[in-house]
Design a protein. Sequence first.
Length: 124
Amino acid sequence: MLRPATLVFLLPLLLLAGCPLGGADPAEGLALRREAEGKAIGGACRHAGRAIEDCFALNKRADKAALFAGWREMNDYMRENKIDAVVPQAPTPTEVAAKADEPALADPAARPASKPAKTKKQDS
Protein backbone atom coordinates (compact mmCIF):
# COMPACT_ATOMS: atom_id res chain seq x y z
CA MET A 1 0.00 0.00 0.00
CA LEU A 2 1.20 3.54 -0.84
CA ARG A 3 1.87 6.04 1.84
CA PRO A 4 -0.40 9.12 1.90
CA ALA A 5 2.55 11.47 1.25
CA THR A 6 3.54 9.52 -1.87
CA LEU A 7 -0.06 9.53 -3.07
CA VAL A 8 -0.22 13.33 -2.70
CA PHE A 9 2.77 13.70 -5.05
CA LEU A 10 1.74 11.02 -7.56
CA LEU A 11 -1.91 12.02 -7.97
CA PRO A 12 -1.23 15.33 -9.80
CA LEU A 13 1.30 13.59 -12.04
CA LEU A 14 -1.23 10.93 -12.97
CA LEU A 15 -3.86 13.56 -13.73
CA LEU A 16 -1.48 15.58 -15.92
CA ALA A 17 -0.08 12.57 -17.76
CA GLY A 18 -2.75 12.72 -20.47
CA CYS A 19 -2.58 16.51 -20.96
CA PRO A 20 -0.23 17.96 -23.54
CA LEU A 21 1.43 20.80 -21.66
CA GLY A 22 2.84 22.60 -24.69
CA GLY A 23 -0.27 22.32 -26.81
CA ALA A 24 -1.03 19.70 -29.41
CA ASP A 25 0.66 21.42 -32.32
CA PRO A 26 2.44 24.77 -32.02
CA ALA A 27 2.03 25.47 -35.75
CA GLU A 28 -1.73 24.98 -35.48
CA GLY A 29 -1.94 27.40 -32.56
CA LEU A 30 0.12 29.96 -34.46
CA ALA A 31 -2.13 29.67 -37.53
CA LEU A 32 -5.25 30.15 -35.42
CA ARG A 33 -3.70 33.16 -33.72
CA ARG A 34 -2.71 34.75 -37.08
CA GLU A 35 -6.22 34.19 -38.45
CA ALA A 36 -7.86 35.73 -35.39
CA GLU A 37 -5.50 38.71 -35.54
CA GLY A 38 -6.22 39.20 -39.24
CA LYS A 39 -9.97 39.13 -38.63
CA ALA A 40 -9.62 41.66 -35.82
CA ILE A 41 -7.54 44.00 -38.00
CA GLY A 42 -10.00 43.68 -40.89
CA GLY A 43 -12.96 44.42 -38.62
CA ALA A 44 -11.19 47.45 -37.17
CA CYS A 45 -10.38 48.72 -40.67
CA ARG A 46 -14.03 48.48 -41.70
CA HIS A 47 -15.23 50.13 -38.50
CA ALA A 48 -12.83 53.00 -39.15
CA GLY A 49 -14.23 53.40 -42.66
CA ARG A 50 -11.12 52.20 -44.50
CA ALA A 51 -11.40 50.53 -47.88
CA ILE A 52 -10.24 46.92 -48.00
CA GLU A 53 -7.40 47.91 -50.36
CA ASP A 54 -6.12 50.45 -47.82
CA CYS A 55 -6.34 47.81 -45.12
CA PHE A 56 -4.23 45.44 -47.23
CA ALA A 57 -1.68 48.19 -47.91
CA LEU A 58 -1.37 49.16 -44.24
CA ASN A 59 -1.10 45.57 -42.96
CA LYS A 60 1.21 43.81 -45.41
CA ARG A 61 2.26 41.08 -42.97
CA ALA A 62 -1.28 40.02 -42.05
CA ASP A 63 -3.10 37.21 -43.84
CA LYS A 64 -5.21 38.78 -46.61
CA ALA A 65 -7.94 36.14 -46.46
CA ALA A 66 -8.36 36.71 -42.72
CA LEU A 67 -8.32 40.50 -43.20
CA PHE A 68 -11.05 40.24 -45.81
CA ALA A 69 -13.12 37.87 -43.67
CA GLY A 70 -12.96 40.26 -40.71
CA TRP A 71 -13.70 43.27 -42.91
CA ARG A 72 -16.69 41.53 -44.50
CA GLU A 73 -18.10 40.35 -41.13
CA MET A 74 -17.86 43.86 -39.73
CA ASN A 75 -19.43 45.29 -42.90
CA ASP A 76 -22.40 42.93 -42.57
CA TYR A 77 -22.74 43.70 -38.86
CA MET A 78 -22.63 47.44 -39.45
CA ARG A 79 -25.26 47.23 -42.20
CA GLU A 80 -27.62 45.09 -40.11
CA ASN A 81 -27.37 47.39 -37.10
CA LYS A 82 -27.15 50.65 -39.07
CA ILE A 83 -23.82 51.64 -37.56
CA ASP A 84 -21.83 54.45 -39.15
CA ALA A 85 -18.06 54.28 -39.58
CA VAL A 86 -16.04 55.98 -36.88
CA VAL A 87 -13.82 58.75 -38.19
CA PRO A 88 -10.37 58.58 -36.55
CA GLN A 89 -9.61 61.61 -34.36
CA ALA A 90 -5.84 61.17 -34.27
CA PRO A 91 -3.79 62.72 -37.07
CA THR A 92 -2.54 60.40 -39.78
CA PRO A 93 1.18 59.57 -39.89
CA THR A 94 1.59 61.77 -42.99
CA GLU A 95 0.08 64.76 -41.17
CA VAL A 96 2.44 64.21 -38.24
CA ALA A 97 5.44 64.02 -40.59
CA ALA A 98 4.35 67.20 -42.38
CA LYS A 99 4.08 69.08 -39.09
CA ALA A 100 7.54 67.91 -38.05
CA ASP A 101 9.01 69.38 -41.24
CA GLU A 102 7.52 72.84 -40.63
CA PRO A 103 9.79 75.33 -38.85
CA ALA A 104 8.66 75.77 -35.28
CA LEU A 105 7.22 79.20 -34.48
CA ALA A 106 8.04 80.91 -37.77
CA ASP A 107 6.30 84.11 -36.61
CA PRO A 108 8.77 86.21 -34.55
CA ALA A 109 5.94 87.58 -32.41
CA ALA A 110 5.00 84.05 -31.37
CA ARG A 111 8.50 83.19 -30.18
CA PRO A 112 9.01 83.13 -26.45
CA ALA A 113 11.17 85.89 -25.03
CA SER A 114 14.77 84.88 -24.63
CA LYS A 115 16.34 84.90 -21.22
CA PRO A 116 18.25 88.05 -20.37
CA ALA A 117 22.02 87.68 -20.29
CA LYS A 118 23.54 87.33 -16.86
CA THR A 119 25.40 90.42 -15.70
CA LYS A 120 27.99 90.77 -12.98
CA LYS A 121 26.93 92.70 -9.97
CA GLN A 122 29.24 95.59 -9.32
CA ASP A 123 29.96 96.51 -5.74
CA SER A 124 29.89 100.22 -5.07
